[in-house]
Design a protein around this ligand. Sequence first.
Ligand code: ADP
Ligand code: ZN
Length: 206
Amino acid sequence: MKNIVMLGAPGAGKGTQSALIAKEYSVPHISTGDILRMNIKQGTELGALAKSYIDKGALVPDEVVIGIVADRLAQPDALNGYVLDGFPRTIAQAEALDKVAKIDIAINIVVDTDIIVKRLSGRRVCVCGETCHVSSLNGSDVCPRCGKKLFIRDDDKPETVKARLEVYEKQTAPLIGYYENKGILVNIDAVGTIGEDFEKIKKVLE
Ligand code: ADP
Ligand code: ZN
């Protein structure tokens, strides 16, 4: 299986599609956001550091996330391909990644900005890992998967969403050109349902 990088603005659906790819092809889904949030939950030193950036919508320093990813990619389960979700997010991260890995394909999930804002502001998450949108909950506030109470991620609050989108434009969007220059960029217009978008991605991966 391939070594895959997922690109796209916050809220584009990278996490959802990454999870589907990981399941379909039995490769690890490596999300720096998930790793950082797990550290916050467990109260580690890394978590405390990360939280101070994440809550502002800022990026965690490159050397921190690069270290996390290098360690993770050295695990045996990453030998037969993986999906990197949320990393790289800066050119410096992409260059560091190229030193420790050979990326085969960068999948850029393309979604309109107004849709993104709607999605992030309506996003609800659960401790079990489920993510959903208020529009599909019919007024309920519990997880459709496990029944626990859903919550809003601190960084999905409106001011933070704005900061994250600005950071994306400035620091992460240049990665599209970076992977295009390498000839491994594929744009996926995510205009359909989750399943339809995933079908497009599967075609690209086969
Ligand atoms: P989203 O893609 O919806 O913004 P993520 O879960 O990928 O959510 O990331 C949440 C936050 O975690 C980011 O806003 C950032 O502060 C931090 N983060 C995640 N990945 C990285 C990374 N590669 N470099 C720096 N910060 C990161
Ligand atoms: Zn749940």
